[in-house]
Ligand binder design. Structure first.
Ligand code: NAD
Length: 258
């Protein structure tokens, strides 16, 4: 069996992925802020370094796949800290352990929301790797009300997708035979979206706003199947792709522009 590190393993997509991999006989090291093998807060520098320490200890120093799934969708600075800096730190921090595997894989979870117009100042600070500036910008957006605050989430997910694109083909990843890819889910039924899709009327409203021609809102296990394949030995040649699993939102929103 292979050793998989799954962040966000306590809930939603991460939990479904952990369960699928365990069913398949794989070894999973779950990481989350609660109820996990490694309990850390990925919004902090301390949590990120403890992650690497504990995973090194538990894995014996070799990891076959990293699935960076943990995330937040609140209109807060913490969302920027977890979704972007926490995810990048997970990927970079565990890369040396991946490099020791005979078939290493890495995948992170972006979002269909990465297609929405970003906040340019936040995007620039994220891509520059400037956490102080990014968090300060997120605080300003949060204070600006729901519309401004609502830009934080999609901006972090766009930055993450771009980080994957910019790193996948480098010496550290492709050059070390580590496929690095992302997935961009549409609307998935998890605790994160529960308040958005609680009633039939809300679901209807959301479906009007976010086009999902193929089978609409769906279960986290659908994303787990894709993540499991991307992080399996079968995937040796996908490099820096962001796979949209969104019932067609990307096709409708972006049309011909790829
Ligand atoms: P969820 O809230 O059910 O699960 C997220 C998990 O991340 C939780 O277990 C949570 O404790 C963990 N987490 C949050 N902050 C953390 C921190 N600081 N340190 C460690 N762990 C932390 O949500 P989900 O829907 O399963 O989301 C999983 C991922 O998928 C997220 O990155 C999310 O942005 C992304 N996503 C979700 C949807 C959707 O519709 N549900 C759509 C697109 C992308």
């Amino acid at each position: 069996s292979r050793t998989y590190v799954v962040t966000g393993s306590a809930s939603g997509i991460g939990k479904a992925t952990r369960e699928l991999l365990l069913e398949r006989g794989e070894r999973v090291i779950g990481v989350d802020i609660r109820d996990a093998d490694v309990t850390v807060d990925l919004s902090t520098a301390e949590g990120r370094s403890t992650l690497v320490e504990k995973v090194t200890e538990l894995s014996g120093g070799v990891v076959d796949a990293v699935l960076a799934i943990a995330g937040l969708a609140t209109p807060t600075a913490k969302t920027a800290a977890v979704n972007y800096f926490g995810t990048v730190a997970t990927l970079e921090g565990l890369r040396p352990l991946l490099a020791k595997s005979p078939a290493p894989r890495a995948v992170a979870v972006s979002s269909m929301a990465s297609l929405f117009p970003p906040d340019d100042a936040l995007l620039a600070a994220l891509l520059a790797g400037n956490e102080t500036e990014a968090l300060a910008r997120a605080v300003v957006l949060e204070a600006g009300g729901p519309e401004q605050g609502g830009l934080i989430y999609g901006t972090t997910k766009r930055a993450l997708a771009l980080w994957i694109r910019r790193h996948a083909a480098t010496a550290e990843w492709a050059g070390a035979s580590i496929p690095l890819n992302g997935v961009a889910p549409g609307v998935v039924e998890t605790p994160m979206t529960a308040d958005l899709i609680a009633t039939a009327q809300q679901r209807e409203q959301l479906t009007q706003m976010v086009p999902m021609p193929l089978n609409g809102i769906f279960e986290p296990r659908a994303v787990a199947y894709l993540l499991a394949w991307l992080s399996s030995e079968e995937n040796a040649h996908l490099c820096g792709q962001i796979v949209f699993i969104d019932g067609g939102s990307d096709v409708v929103i972006r049309g011909d522009s790829t």
